[in-house]
Design a protein around this ligand. Structure first.
Ligand code: ZN
Length: 229
C-alpha cells in the first residue's frame, strides 16, 4: 500500500486530493468517520484546514456531515447508487452529442492525452489515479460541449460514482472500459453526433448493469491504517 502522506500537505486542496484518492482507491471505506483532530494529526495541519477540506468534500457528495456527530465518508444507499448512474444516463448522451458538434483538433489531443495518462497509471498499478482520470474523461467531454452547469453537476455525480463502485460494483477494480472511451473519441473526431450520443448511452448503461443488487455491509476502516505515520 503506498504511503501517500509522503507528499507534503499544505493546503485544503492537498487534503481533499489525498483523502479523495484514498476513497477512490477504496482504502477508506464508505461510512468511515473522519475526525477533525485525527485527520489534522495525520496530515500535520490545523483543524481549520481539515474542516474546510471536509466541507469541500461534502459539497462533492463524498462526505456526509452529521450535526453533533461529525464527518463520515458518504455511504450511498443502493437506491442512490442506481440514481447516480441513471442521472448520468439522462445527462451525458446529450453532452456527448454537443461535444461531437463542438470538438476541435486541440480538444481531441486533450482527450487522447487523458487516455494515455490513464493507461500509464494502470501500468504503474495506481488504480485510484486511473479511476480519477477515467472520471475526468467524462468531465472533459462536458467541457468540450461547453455545458458549464452540466459539468459542475457531473463533477458531483462522478465523485459519487467512486463510492458506488466501492460499495456496489461486482468488479471491485472496475474502470470505464477504455474501448468505450476510444470509440467515443473516434465519434467526436468524425463529428458524428448521433454516434457519440449512442455510444455514451450504451457506455453508461453498461456501467449501470455492473451494479450488484445485493446490499452488503462493509466494515469501516481506521484512518491510521490508511495513512500510517
Ligand atoms: Zn467512461
Amino acid at each position: 500500500m503506498p504511503n501517500i502522506v509522503s507528499t507534503p500537505v499544505n493546503t485544503v486542496e492537498d487534503i481533499v486530493n489525498q483523502l479523495t484518492e484514498a476513497v477512490h482507491e477504496h482504502r477508506i471505506q464508505p461510512g468511515t468517520r473522519l475526525r477533525e483532530d485525527e485527520v489534522g494529526d495525520i496530515f500535520g495541519v490545523s483543524r481549520t484546514l481539515v474542516r474546510q477540506a471536509l466541507r469541500s468534500m461534502a459539497h462533492d457528495g463524498l462526505v456526509t456531515i452529521e450535526r453533533n456527530r461529525g464527518a463520515f465518508v458518504a455511504r450511498p444507499t443502493l437506491r442512490e447508487a442506481r440514481e447516480v448512474f441513471q442521472t448520468r444516463v439522462l445527462l451525458e448522451p446529450q453532452t456527448a452529442r454537443a461535444a461531437a458538434e463542438a470538438a476541435t483538433a486541440r480538444d481531441m489531443k486533450v482527450l487522447e492525452r487523458h487516455i494515455a495518462l490513464e493507461h500509464e497509471a494502470l501500468d504503474r498499478g495506481e488504480a485510484g489515479l486511473a479511476l480519477k482520470l477515467s472520471g475526468e474523461f467524462h468531465l472533459e467531454i462536458a467541457r468540450i460541449a461547453d455545458q458549464k452547469i452540466i459539468e459542475d453537476f457531473l463533477h458531483q455525480l462522478i465523485s459519487r460514482s467512486s463510492l458506488v463502485i466501492a460499495l456496489y460494483w461486482r468488479r471491485r477494480t472496475a474502470l470505464c472500459e477504455s474501448n468505450a472511451h476510444h470509440e467515443l473519441i473516434e465519434a467526436l473526431r468524425a463529428q458524428d453526433a448521433d454516434r457519440a450520443e449512442d455510444l455514451m448511452k450504451d457506455h453508461l448503461l453498461d456501467l449501470l448493469t455492473q451494479l450488484d443488487l445485493s446490499d452488503r455491509p462493509t466494515a469501516p476502516t481506521s484512518l491510521h491504517d490508511v495513512f500510517p505515520s
